[in-house]
Design a binder for this molecule. Structure first.
Ligand code: MN
Length: 262
């Protein structure tokens, strides 16, 4: 429970010129899923939004910023993503909040791409409305085993020790952790934790916000939590699925609107 104790609720105050802000999360980009990468590329090149906020798990895994600066041809998948983000960030501001898969995205990658890193949670103040943004994993209080793991891997000591390993070793470790997590997913007794409603309401009240927008659970929905408080869950992306999933949430004076890109 200590993980949700006392966030500071920093604010991102949108300049008056921003009419629309796009929110995306959980694309789980990886070299083996080119269709989703291409949909994302097409989206970045054409979005009319005034700003883009990525709420975590953009990448299936991130083993260190050096993966995006490895020399050689062809460019690494991470380097291709970096180049796309860099071009996008020249056109509109791009913000990035960590997910549980890409929590190792660091200041070097942010600076390479022109991204602004956001704390989890952050309050987006847009047209005098206050939207509370989070990846969502810290609010899944029933997932105690994961929260223990999260607390461990978010320490500077753990991260420094991991990043000190050679890149290929980190890639191999990430692959083996993914196999373990796939095994866990196949366990029929596994119950997927969801965002805890009292904790979400508590955050909203303390942040003086009316809606929590988060990803992580891959259960897109708009929950009415009473007292005018809402919890809006973003969709994950998987363009190879049937039907394909590639959706963003567009915030404007009209409120929050889902836009399907496929
Ligand atoms: Mn996640």
């Amino acid at each position: 429970m200590t993980t949700v104790a006392n966030p500071a609720f920093p604010e991102l105050v949108a300049p008056p010129a921003w009419r629309t802000v796009d929110l995306i999360s959980d694309l789980h980009l990886q070299a083996g899923e080119p269709a989703t990468f291409e949909a994302w590329q097409g989206y970045l090149q054409t979005t009319p939004a005034d700003a883009l906020i990525i709420l975590g798990d953009l990448f299936e895994v991130w083993v260190g910023d050096d993966a995006a600066t490895q020399p050689g041809e062809p460019a690494t998948f991470e380097a291709q993503c970096a180049e796309l983000l860099r071009r996008t960030a020249r056109r509109l501001p791009v913000f990035f909040m960590h997910g549980n898969r890409d929590f190792l995205v660091g200041p070097a990658f942010a600076s390479q791409c022109g991204l602004t890193l956001l704390d989890d949670p952050t309050v987006l103040v847009l047209h005098s409305q206050r939207w509370l943004l989070s990846h969502g994993d810290i609010l899944c209080l029933e997932d105690t085993e994961y929260l223990k793991f999260r607390a461990q891997v978010r320490t500077p000591e753990w991260q420094a020790a991991f990043l000190a390993r050679p890149l290929e070793e980190r890639r191999a470790l990430a692959r083996s952790m993914r196999v373990q997590s796939e095994d866990r997913k196949r366990n029929p007794s596994m119950v997927w934790a969801d965002v805890d409603t009292p904790a979400a309401r508590d955050w909203l009240q303390r942040a003086n916000a009316h809606a929590l927008v988060h990803g992580h659970t891959h259960r897109p929905a708009d929950h009415d939590m009473g007292d005018g408080l809402r919890r809006i869950v973003l969709s994950d992306w998987d363009v190879a699925a049937h039907p394909p999933r590639a959706q963003l949430l567009c915030l404007s004076t009209a409120g929050a609107q889902r836009v399907d890109l496929r």
